[in-house]
Design a protein. Structure first.
Length: 205
C-alpha cells in the first residue's frame, strides 16, 4: 500500500520537474541535412549556367549624404545586362545597359551617355556607388568570379552574408520555395555607400 501511495503521488511531482527542465532547456537551431558550404556549391552549380534571368523590384542607394530610390527591372542575358530604373517622384525612367563592350545610359539627357564601366557611369551622373557587375552575381546569392569571397550561413544553410571586394552583402530574406532558393531582400554596404534591393518577382530559365 505504501509503495502504491508513493507512486501515485510522487509521479506527478517528478513529471512536473521534468517538464520544467524541458521548458528551460535551450532550443537548438535546426541543422541543415547538407553542410552549408556544400549546399552553396550545389546552388552555384545550378544557378551559374542559367545566365538568362530578370526580376522586378525596388531599389534604394545612398552615398552617406543623399541617394535615390525607385523601382527596377533587372535583366541579364549572358555577360550583358540592363537595368530599367524608375523614380516615382519625378516619373523619370532611365536605362543602364552594360557588358564586356562597355556601358551606356539613356533617358537622362537627350543623347545617350557612354562609358567603359556601368558603376562609373552611375557614380559620375548620380553620385551613386553601385557595383553593378558584382551585383549580377550577388542578387542570386552567388560569389562573383575573379576575387576571393567569404560566406556566412544561417541556420537554414543559406547564405546570410557575403564579403567580397570590400562590400558586405546581407541576405535578409529568401524565396525558399524556389529551386534552388533565390534572395528576396538584399542589403549591400561599403561605408559610406549602400544598396538595398527588394525583389518582388524572379524569372529565371
Amino acid at each position: 500500500m505504501l509503495l502504491r501511495w508513493w507512486i501515485r503521488f510522487r509521479f506527478p511531482a517528478v513529471a512536473a520537474v521534468l517538464l520544467a527542465l524541458a521548458a528551460c532547456a535551450p532550443v537548438r537551431p535546426r541543422v541543415p541535412a547538407t553542410p552549408p558550404a556544400q549546399g552553396q556549391s550545389a546552388r552555384e552549380s545550378q544557378l551559374a549556367p542559367r545566365t538568362t534571368w530578370n526580376f522586378d523590384g525596388h531599389f534604394a542607394v545612398s552615398n552617406g549624404r543623399d541617394g535615390g530610390s525607385g523601382t527596377v527591372t533587372w535583366r541579364a542575358d549572358g555577360a550583358n545586362f540592363s537595368l530599367l530604373l524608375r523614380a516615382p517622384v519625378t516619373g523619370k525612367t532611365i536605362e543602364l545597359q552594360g557588358g564586356p563592350g562597355g556601358a551606356v545610359l539613356t533617358g537622362l539627357h537627350e543623347l545617350p551617355i557612354r562609358g567603359d564601366d556601368a558603376q562609373a557611369l552611375l557614380a559620375d551622373e548620380f553620385g551613386w556607388h553601385m557595383p553593378v557587375e558584382q551585383l549580377t552575381w550577388w542578387v542570386r546569392g552567388l560569389r562573383a568570379p575573379g576575387s576571393t569571397a567569404q560566406v556566412q550561413y544561417g541556420d537554414d544553410g543559406l547564405p546570410s552574408s557575403l564579403s567580397q571586394d570590400g562590400w558586405t552583402v546581407q541576405f535578409r530574406d529568401w524565396y525558399d520555395d524556389s529551386q534552388p532558393p533565390l534572395p528576396r531582400r538584399i542589403f549591400a554596404a561599403k561605408p559610406p555607400y549602400s544598396v538595398r534591393l527588394l525583389i518582388e518577382q524572379w524569372r529565371i530559365q
